[in-house]
Design a protein around this ligand. Structure first.
Ligand code: PEP
Ligand code: MG
Length: 904
């Protein structure tokens, strides 16, 4: 049997179904499924994602040949279901088609769409005659030429110019004094059609295709081509969508929301995608095509009465004005509204998730064009899962697995301080398109947003409306503000997906060039403004922020994670404040305190430098004596903040180049502070110079060559613990030796630590339990972990150095080539961010297994940056580690990822 490339749907029947997303794409699979569950969907067919893969390999001609027969048969089926005829010469109502992309996961607005396909000089007349609506027929025709000309034939604006089609429309509108496109007369529209064809001829160098079949193949291939546009590639990279997936193509009978006042089109959500509130909501436009709603050019009206009333309140619109001019669909078309409400409930119940739907009302009949699980903010993700679990849609396991760990990050970051907000000057109010707090400097183009962000500035991208071309700039900005567009415009959908604060349709905002005015007051590039994406309010200047609340639904999800996890989460923290933050986020202990980081603060660096630059043991001891009380105080604070939990304190591990005074100014300053001759300092710094500091005199090599350093640090830790014990607390220090490659290195350090502890216990008259362990961060340590575990009571995998040394990529220099490696596909991900499970992972696994073979109660953890990255956390769970350790703000993410790993 030959391969099936085309799957039809329509009339309550379908060849595909919902679980065929890989083959049919998300949209195609759901169109099939909607047919099967009795939701009204215009008939059509889906060309599979496998065809896209073949297209990329074999090219256009071969693929068209391959699928031609199946497509022709599917068009015939569609004609039958819709009682219409493709390429009709008058024998039946012309079948017009929409041609849309549809990957496995939605990529809103990133790929191409063509509508009204099948129009030519003949069919337009048949449509005019059979529909009795000449205006509609010619309006659809001119839309088709514009869209097809742009998407398929590549007709574009010249640099610095307006789109050539828009120029024609503007000219006609100006000549006749029309305010909007839909005011144009039939005669004007006919003129526009001819002018559009001339534009195509001039710009594309060939005539607009009149044969509907040629049009269809052009559009299908254009959709496949759009898988590889720059913006689609960028989006995939951001969302980690594999290149090889490809897109399906959905070809579907057109239904018309622009047939007059009994027609409409809209987008709706079964729950609120921004807040998660269990409230049906959405927007619609009477007498419009779907793209009008999504593009955000005309500001749409609310679907429900309650939504409309809330909109009016935000907007300052009176109830009278609202009812007369901006009625909800619930009021304007109550019968259809009721049907739509039932369909949305049916779809949510069926898919057991919040649905994002598109619909069209053609002359009083409702058609559903799409449904998909809606993109949502982190707050909505958490609330919807908790609500649906409590409403009995699914159990706790599903609620947990529905969370995207990395998205939680949005909930952990600051919101506006209420007092600062009350004092801030309100400039405008718009639609709260994507929540969050953002303060930054205004820029007016995506390119500027990127450039300014690269300079370390926080920027707010202000646009009339955003288009998918703005994606990079939106990504670089902290917030987005637009003059036009609704809650379902591309800007809003994409911003919500990115977790970026966004306000659209800000009242009184006018953007022109590198300037904007709000109610007549001018703001220029670089001025500060603040956005509250949760309320839609725009403020002047910078507004202070505070940390968010962690209870409510977020707390419920974290409690569920706690109850469903095996592995626990610690934090990497160098100060008591960080330790406290992490503890509030649910960290159970510290997996890494980098002691050397404590010396970057204030004038401590000079004491550290004195120690590093000391000529001999005596000089070093003198400097160490100054460092001891500082260290003891730090350890005291950290052990206290984490009272009752294990605290891993790592002995000094400074790549020396990070601490030596390397330039003239700091050498001079050092001379002034210490009274040592600047020449001596210079010479010493030069003598300490290393070609490869990361592989140089650092880690335990320092403690083994200068044992007095280890002695001071062990003393500071044990003294602090003894003091806390005397106060009735329960300190649990775990002393960790870094950069071990041989058992002897560890053994010598252990002896110093244990003998120092013994002395301190005698001096203090009290004893504390403590552990001595090591990092596994040098490949040789992993290979000989069975020997090392004879001394070490715990291992902590230092996957930063382990990755550096396994790949041979310098941590300090990898930034120069890693991005290119990823772009070229040599590496899928940055191995310093997501653990390379096939390579470095083997070292971790081997270290864990060999270590436990020697000591079966060996405590195992990870403290490299990977400890907070979900796929690496899952790996650690599988490998049997006891805990992962990560920076404080990643603790909830790691906790969730650990629970998910346990449930999968
Ligand atoms: C590591 O190497 O993974 C580690 C945690 O140590 P550092 O990053 O301080 O070298
Ligand atoms: Mg390290």
């Amino acid at each position: 049997m030959s391969t099936k490339y085309v799957y039809t749907f329509g009339d309550g029947k379908a060849e595909g179904k919902a679980d065929m997303k890989n083959l049919l794409g998300g949209k195609g699979a759901n169109l099939a499924e909607m047919n099967l569950i009795g939701v009204p969907v215009p008939a059509g067919f889906t060309i599979t994602t496998e065809v896209c893969t073949e297209y990329n390999k074999q090219g256009k001609e071969a693929v068209v040949e391959m699928i031609k027969g199946q497509v022709e048969a599917a068009v015939a089926e569609t004609e039958k279901a819709m009682n219409a005829k493709f390429d009709s010469k008058g024998e039946a109502f012309p079948l017009l088609l929409s041609v849309r992309s549809g990957a496995r996961v939605s990529m809103p607005g990133m790929m191409n769409t063509v509508l009204n396909l099948g129009m030519n000089d003949e069919t337009v007349k048949v449509i005019a005659e059979k529909s009795g609506n000449e205006h509609f027929a010619y309006d659809s025709y001119r839309r088709f030429i514009q869209m097809y000309g742009d998407v398929v034939m590549g007709v574009e604006a010249e640099a610095g110019e307006h789109c050539p089609f828009e120029q024609v429309l503007d000219k006609v509108k100006e000549a006749n004094g029309y305010a909007a496109d839909n005011e144009m007369s039939v005669e004007d529209l006919k003129g526009v059609v001819e002018e559009f064809k001339a534009v195509v001829r001039a710009k594309a160098g060939k005539d607009f295709p009149t044969n509907p079949w040629d049009q269809l193949w052009g559009a299908v291939c254009a959709v496949f081509d759009s898988w590889n546009t720059e913006r689609a590639i960028l989006y995939r990279r951001m969302e980690q969508i594999p290149e090889e997936w490809g897109t399906a193509v959905n070809v579907q009978a057109m239904v018309y929301g622009n047939m007059g006042e009994t027609s409409a089109t809209g987008v709706c959500f079964s729950r609120d995608a921004a807040t998660g509130e269990d409230l049906f909501n959405g927007e619609y436009l009477i007498n419009a095509q779907g793209e009008d709603v999504v593009a955000g050019v005309r500001t749409p009206q609310e679907i429900t009465l309650i939504g409309s009333q809330r909109w009016a309140e935000r907007n300052g619109t009176s109830e009278e004005d609202r009812k007369a001019n901006f009625p909800s669909l619930e009021e304007a078309m109550p019968e259809i509204y009721k049907e739509l409400d039932e369909v949305q409930q049916k779809l949510e119940d069926h898919y057991k998730d919040m649905q994002d739907m598109e619909f069209t009302i053609q002359d009083g009949k409702l058609w559903m064009l799409q449904t998909r699980n809606g993109k949502r903010t982190a707050a909505a993700m958490v609330k919807i899962a908790v609500d649906m679990m409590e409403q009995g849609y699914f159990d706790a396991k599903t609620a947990l697995l529905r969370q995207e760990p990395n998205k939680l990050d949005e909930l952990l970051h600051p919101v506006f301080d209420t007092a600062a907000l009350a004092a801030a000057k309100e400039l405008s109010k718009g639609l709260p398109a994507s929540p969050g707090a953002a303060t930054g400097q205004i820029v007016f183009s995506a390119e500027d947003a990127e450039a300014w962000a690269e300079d370390g500035k926080k920027v707010i991208l202000v646009r009339r409306e955003t288009s998918p071309e703005d994606l990079k700039g939106m990504n670089a900005a902290v917030g987005i503000l637009t003059e036009r567009g609704g809650m379902t415009s591309h800007a809003a959908v994409v911003a919500r997906g990115m977790g970026k604060c966004c306000i659209s349709s800000a009242a009184g905002l006018v953007v022109s060039g590198k300037k904007m005015t709000i109610n007549g007051v001018e703001y220029k590039e670089g001025d500060f403004i603040s956005l509250n994406g949760s309320t839609g309010v725009v403020y002047e200047g910078e507004v202070a922020t505070i940390n968010p609340s962690l209870d409510g639904d977020f707390g419920k999800i974290m409690d569920l994670a706690e109850a469903n996890t095996r592995m626990y989460v610690r934090t990497n923290a160098d100060t008591p404040a960080d330790a406290q933050t992490a503890r509030n986020f649910g960290a159970k202990g510290i997996g890494l305190t980098r002691t050397e980081h404590m010396f970057f603060e204030g004038d401590r660096i000079w004491k550290m430098r004195e120690m590093i630059l000391a000529e001999d043991v005596e000089g070093r001891k003198e400097a160490l004596a100054k460092l001891l009380p500082i260290q003891r105080e730090d350890f005291y604070g950290i052990l206290k903040a984490m009272d009752g939990f294990g605290v891993t304190i790592r002995l000094l591990d400074p790549p020396l180049h990070e601490f030596t005074p390397n330039d003239d100014a700091s050498q001079k300053e050092m001379a002034e502070i210490t009274g040592i001759d600047v020449k001596v300092i210079k010479e010493k710094v030069e003598s300490l110079h290393e070609f490869n500091p990361m592989l140089g005199h650092r880690g335990c090599r320092l403690g083994n060559t200068y044992p007095e350093i280890t002695e001071m640090q062990a003393r500071a830790i044990i003294e602090a613990a003894c003091d806390l014990k005397k106060e009735g607390l329960d300190p649990k220090p775990e002393i960790m030796v870094p950069l071990i490659g041989t058992i002897k290195e560890l053994k010598m350090q252990e002896e110093i630590i244990r003998s120092t502890a013994k002395v301190v216990f005698e001096e203090k008259g009290v004893e504390v339990d403590y552990m001595v362990g090591t990092m596994i961060e040098i490949p040789r340590a992993a290979l000989t972990a069975n020997e090392i575990a004879e001394v070490a009571e715990f291992f902590s995998f230092g996957t930063n150095d382990l990755t550096q040394m396994a790949f041979g990529y310098s941590r300090d220099d990898a930034g120069k080539f890693l991005p290119i490696y990823i772009e070229k596909g040599i590496l899928k991900q940055d191995p310093f961010q997501a653990l390379d499970q096939t390579g470095v992972g083997q070292l971790v696994e081997m270290g864990a297994n060999k270590g436990r073979a020697t000591r079966n109660d060996l405590k195992l953890g990870i403290c490299g940056e990977h400890g907070g990255e979900p796929s690496s956390v899952e790996f650690c769970h599988r490998t049997g580690l006891d805990y992962v350790s990560c920076s404080p703000f990643r603790v909830p993410i790691a906790r969730l990822a650990a629970a998910q790993a346990n449930l999968r």
